[in-house]
Design a protein around this ligand. Structure first.
Ligand SMILES: *Cc1c(COP(=O)(O)O)cnc(C)c1O
Length: 434
């Protein structure tokens, strides 16, 4: 077949290709559901852009202070409308997701306040921000305390524990939607809505912040549709649609966002300043493309789950489970497995396909990390990428794919590399019943 030849030219053997096609044949219904969600989200974005009167003038570059920046101000209204919040801060000056989260936290927590995570330990880089791992400038240094309630052994919420942890100092609750570098499940919007409702019933003025990284547009509603006071994320993940060269967003209540503006620039200046750096067209167009880009990434994640599950590895989520983010964890069990997988992702990239990923130290992470990415935007993880901390259980976290076809190639290439290194048995693949 024509496509088979194309894959062979890319270095994918017939056995691996056929195996992939067998798996795909079983995924039609799920792919259709993903397309439906993308359709709803696409309309949501267009509706927001129309309502806020996006025009060609929004794409002009501003300089200096960026006073009266039409593109910047309109984009923030588009985000607020799209995510059903009073206001938003969407800026190229927010350097990454961690920065956006640090901003949302530090702007809204004052000395003497307490932050509560009712869903266990937060993402690696947030641990430095909070001061769980000591770091200059952490919230702990400024006298903000932190409390954590772990998930129950079965992965459920510890409702009693959460209730007991809330006290007169508790000012904010942080809920991480995606599993990050953990093997727990990622939370559905419905589950997040339940925690928000629960804590607000105990203490109505608690600020509920959701780390929304990797979750945007996976479902047709967001945590902000269910009372989250802030949702926070990176523009080089889902909402940048692969086009945003940099940036982060916070959508939320007028009061929270106003404080975030003052913290980002300076007290008294707030959201009024900040040049758009000529990035506006990419940020608008990226948001416009994000629903279909997220759909492609989701298809890749589901394809990977079903392939690796069939090969005998533990995958989280499993091949059948519903999806709440674009991340797929595959427990390969050995450093060699992790490295081979990442080599496959790298070899399938449009950029830097000739490079070989090797484990190294990363700022903000406490074990060595290996990362595979051949991205147009450095570090962009809405583009096909894989990363893994080199520690037990040697799980690789795979995500992204600006197009489904690229994600498919990457996954097949990872299987090919595993087969080439005899980490999986190619003969067995050939005879696998699907
Ligand atoms: C990616 C991510 C972040 C922030 O990471 P950056 O690399 O700083 O953008 C925070 N939390 C979660 C769950 C993430 O996946």
């Amino acid at each position: 077949m024509f496509t088979e030849n194309s894959y062979r030219e890319m270095g994918i053997s017939n056995e691996v290709f056929e195996f992939g096609e067998k798996i795909l044949a079983g995924l039609e219904t799920r792919f259709k559901e993903i397309d439906k969600t993308a359709e709803v989200n696409q309309l949501k974005v267009i509706r927001a852009m129309q309502k806020e009167k996006v025009s060609a003038a929004c794409f002009y570059e501003s300089t200096g202070y960026g006073y009266d920046d039409l593109g910047r101000d309109t984009l923030e209204r588009v985000y607020a409308t799209c995510f059903n919040t009073e206001d938003a801060l969407v800026r190229p000056q927010i350097t990454c997701g961690t920065h956006a989260l640090a901003l949302a936290l530090s702007a809204n927590l004052l000395p003497g306040d307490e932050l509560l995570s009712p869903v266990g330990i937060p993402y690696d880089t947030l641990q430095g921000v909070i001061g769980i791992r000591s770091s200059p400038g952490s919230l702990a240094e400024y006298g903000v305390t932190y409390r954590q309630v772990d998930l129950l052994p079965d992965g459920g919420f510890d409702w009693d524990g959460i209730k007991n942890a809330i006290n007169e100092k508790t000012k904010m609750v942080t809920i991480q939607r995606s599993k990050g570098y953990q093997t727990r499940e990622s939370f559905s919007v419905e589950k997040i809505a339940k925690i928000i409702k629960f804590v607000k019933e105990i203490k109505p003025d608690i600020i509920c912040m959701v780390d929304n990284c990797y979750g945007e547009f996976v479902e047709s509603l967001e945590p902000s549709d269910f009372g989250a006071d802030m949702i926070v994320g990176s523009l080089i993940k889902n909402l940048g649609g692969g086009l945003a060269p940099s940036g982060g967003y916070i959508c939320g209540t007028r009061e929270c966002i106003e404080r975030c503006g003052y913290r980002l620039t300076a007290p008294g200046l707030g959201k009024e300043v900040g040049t758009n750096m000529g990035m506006m067209r990419q940020l608008y167009q990226g948001l416009f493309l994000a629903p279909t880009v997220v759909a492609g990434a989701l298809k890749g994640a589901i394809f990977a789950a079903n392939i690796y599950e069939k090969l005998g590895f533990k995958v989280v989520p499993n091949g059948k489970e519903s999806r709440h983010d674009i991340i797929q964890a595959v427990e390969l069990g050995t450093p060699d497995g992790v490295i081979a997988f990442c080599e496959g992702i790298q070899a399938a990239a449009p950029v830097d396909s000739f490079a070989s990923p090797v484990p190294g130290d990363m700022p903000g992470y406490d074990s060595q990390v290996i990362m595979a990415a051949g991205a147009f935007v450095q570090g962009s993880s809405i583009e096909l990428s894989a990363d893994a901390p080199l520690r037990e259980p040697y799980a690789v976290y795979f995500q992204g794919g600006i197009t489904w076809y690229h994600a498919k190639l990457g996954i097949l290439m990872s299987v090919q590399k595993m087969a080439d290194k005899k980490l999986i048995d190619i003969e067995k693949i050939k005879n696998t019943e699907v």
